[in-house]
Design a protein around this ligand. Structure first.
Ligand code: UDP
Ligand code: MG
Length: 238
C-alpha cells in the first residue's frame, strides 16, 4: 500500500518527548493530542491542497464483500482503495503505539476510537497524491462520521451500501479463511451487533442526505459488480 513517510508521522516522532512529558503530568496521549495539534486541519493538510480529493464511502456488514467489490471498482474506475480495517491491521503488524489497543478492539469486534482511525485516515489521504478515494469500511458509527467531518471534512460523493442478511454474512466470514483473528463465530456475532447498532444509523444519515446507493449483495461477484457499475459509469472517469 502507501509507504511514503507522511508529514504527520514525521511530526509524531518529533513530538514524542514532549508527549511523554504531558503523560507524566497526567494528560493521556489522546487528550494531549486532541486538544492541540492533531484534531485541527493542519496547515499544508488536505483542506489547503489546491485540489480536494473526491471521497466515496463503502459500507456493509462483516463479510459482505466490500473489499472484493472495492478492488474491482478501483481497478475499473481509477480509484485508490483504502480499507480502514487494513490501515488498522497495519498498525498492529508494525507494532506502533496504537497496535496493542487496536488488536484488543478488533479481537472483541468493537470499533476503534475515532481519534485514532481518523488520524490514520487523514495521514494516509494526505500522503497519497491520488484524487479519488474509495474508503472501505468507514465510517462505522455516527461518532466516526462526525469526527471525520470535523477533521477531514470532505463531503463524500457516493456512499455505497452492500446489503445482505446476517446469516449469509456469518457464513461468508466463517468460510473466507484469511487467517484474521476476528473471523470466528463469537467475534463475528459481535461485529454483526455492532454493525446494526452503530453503522445502520450512518446508513440512515446518508440515505436522508440522498447520497446512499444500496446494492443487493447476494449473488456472484460478477452479478454484484454489474449492479454497482451504473453508479460509477455515470460519474466522470479519468
Ligand atoms: N475497524 C474499526 N474502524 C474502522 C474500520 C475497522 O474499528 O473504521 C475495526 C473493527 O474492529 C472491525 C475490524 O476493524 O470489526 C475489521 O474491519 P474490516 O472493515 O476490515 O472488516 P470487514 O467488515 O471487511 O469484515
Ligand atoms: Mg474488508
Amino acid at each position: 500500500m502507501l509507504r511514503r513517510p507522511s508529514l504527520l508521522s514525521t511530526f509524531l516522532s518529533a513530538a514524542k518527548p514532549s508527549l511523554l512529558n504531558q503523560v507524566a503530568y497526567g494528560l493521556s496521549f489522546l487528550e494531549a493530542f486532541s486538544t492541540t495539534t492533531f484534531l485541527k486541519p493542519a496547515e499544508g493538510g488536505i483542506l489547503s491542497k489546491a485540489r480536494t480529493p473526491s471521497i466515496n464511502f463503502v459500507l456493509g456488514g462483516p463479510g459482505v464483500g466490500k473489499g472484493t467489490q472495492c478492488a474491482r471498482i478501483a481497478e475499473r474506475y481509477g480509484f485508490t482503495h483504502l480499507s480502514v480495517g487494513d490501515l488498522l491491521r497495519n498498525e498492529i503488524s508494525s507494532n506502533t503505539e496504537y497496535g496493542e489497543m487496536i488488536l484488543e478492539t478488533i479481537t472483541k469486534g468493537k470499533i476503534v476510537s475515532s481519534e485514532v482511525t481518523v488520524k490514520l485516515l487523514k495521514r494516509t489521504i494526505e500522503s497519497n497524491e491520488t484524487d479519488r478515494f474509495l474508503i472501505d469500511g468507514f465510517p462505522r458509527s455516527e461518532e466516526n462520521r462526525v469526527a471525520y467531518e470535523q477533521i477531514i471534512g470532505i463531503e463524500p460523493g457516493v456512499v455505497l451500501f452492500f446489503d445482505c442478511d446476517e446469516e449469509e454474512m456469518l457464513k461468508r466470514v466463517l468460510h473466507r479463511n484469511q487467517g484474521r483473528i476476528d473471523d470466528n463465530i463469537d467475534t463475528t456475532m459481535e461485529r454483526l451487533k455492532v454493525f446494526e447498532a452503530y453503522t445502520l444509523p450512518v446508513i440512515k444519515y446518508y440515505t436522508e442526505k440522498g447520497k446512499l446507493y444500496k446494492i443487493n449483495a447476494i449473488g456472484t461477484e460478477d452479478e454484484i459488480f454489474e449492479r454497482v457499475r451504473p453508479i460509477f459509469s455515470s460519474l466522470h472517469t479519468p
